[in-house]
Design a protein around this ligand. Sequence first.
Ligand SMILES: *Cc1c(COP(=O)(O)O)cnc(C)c1O
Ligand SMILES: [Zn+2]
Length: 509
Amino acid sequence: MRFEEFPLDIRSRLMPAHAGRMVYRCLGCGGCFGIDQLLYVCPECRQVLLIEDEQSSRLRETPGELWRRIFDFRRMLNLPALKGIYRYHEFIGPAIPLDAVVYLGEGHTPLVAANRPLRDRAGMDIYFKNDGQNPSASFKDRGMASALSAINAMIRRGVIDEVLAVCASTGDTSAAAALYGAYLAPRIKSAVLLPHGKVTPQQLSQPLGSGAAVFEIPGVFDDCMKVVETLSDEYPVALLNSKNAWRILGQESYSYEIAQELEYDVSRVVVVVPIGNAGNITALMSGFLKFYEAGIIRALPKILGVQSEHADPVYRYYLEPDAAKRRFVPVTVKPSVAQAAMIGNPVSMPRVVHLVERYNESAGRQQVFFAAVCEQEIMDWQLAANRNGHIACTHGGECLAGLVAARRRGLFGPEEAAILDSTAHALKFSIFQEMYFTNTFPPAYGIEPRPELMNRPSLVRPADLERLPAPGAPLQGEAFDRFVRRTAEEIAARLDLKKRPPGAGPSSG
Ligand SMILES: *Cc1c(COP(=O)(O)O)cnc(C)c1O
Ligand SMILES: [Zn+2]
């Protein structure tokens, strides 16, 4: 829609004003630092940071009703900078000028309602929000769009010149970082560190294809993370892990989109996310809190964070009901099909602790919950979802498994609706489906395929055919006709099809 066609009262707000005073805020000592530098931990106490807008109270001067109209009208505005996560510019990056925004098509991923059979099995309404439909096929693009827009703004202001961006990754962070970095070539070069043998071939192909320097490190993600932290402490590199608070800001868009998709009524909603390094659940809580405080939503939705029993330090922490007695203990991870969440010592844990408390306090009751599920449940539910028309990755399966487990504990009722985060595209993790279908899971996963969920291709090669077509050597004439007829007959026999009576026309469909 053309600018002149928007209602008068909306026009002045369609284009966000460059405003706000964004600062890094330390979660340890409360210290506050300017954003004209790349900071990952507090220079004073080494704690993790969050980015705050010191003038966020001005957001409350706009009534919630008007915010809702602004965002709804922005949907119709054809301005690339506001087509992705920055539709919510005032909340995600008021200090980022629009001409610095990097937009590669991220965000506004579809919310897909489950069909009746799957809803019946889950015992409540469920939707998948398919974050695998982002440019690099995972939700990490949301945070990367934010981090790279911030770096781009610094380059444009002349604060920095050339950037070497680094990250450690369970696969998807590196794919997203390399993609967004490549878009800003030659100013930005990327290096990614991956745990050797612990990312899927599809994930490995992504940073390679984007031209990043790819380093494989022995051990697991937590080991890579330590190396990257040392690099960012001692060398002039830009850290793109979710330790980088800009990543969290961008990932808040996930909550804003849910609010907007549901006409800003999230009062009977449970949002389910997997937890790995805990950046995503941090962003989820922070995002909903901001919309709540600005009067855009009138209630905070419930949140369920799910972990695999093979990497469940956050779940274990919250097993202790008495907050004063809780103690965080990192775990040693075991192999998990929710491989992108196979993290024993989540970097964002202090953020989670801080925000869970604020979230429950604002809601006036416990509103954030945790569940742990076994590997078998993750695979079985992923496959069940996808057999009902979804494209859930293993982490999407983990969400569904966690929801079902939480339903059994009576945490949610049938009148509520769950939104499950399929954090990546199923294709990224197809090797686990392959292991399931061929019954070749290494014992450490503890997964026994259920025959009714297995599926294999079958080769059709009628035994009585002497000649077969081959690439570059097609059959002709009688031999070809015979091949086609015999193959069709063989397929019909395997599918148990009955031949149509002669003379009857083709059936409908
Ligand atoms: C990164 C990632 C996670 C874990 O998210 P955190 O923010 O690290 O908790 C889950 N699923 C997928 C597909 C991911 O890429
Ligand atoms: Zn500090």
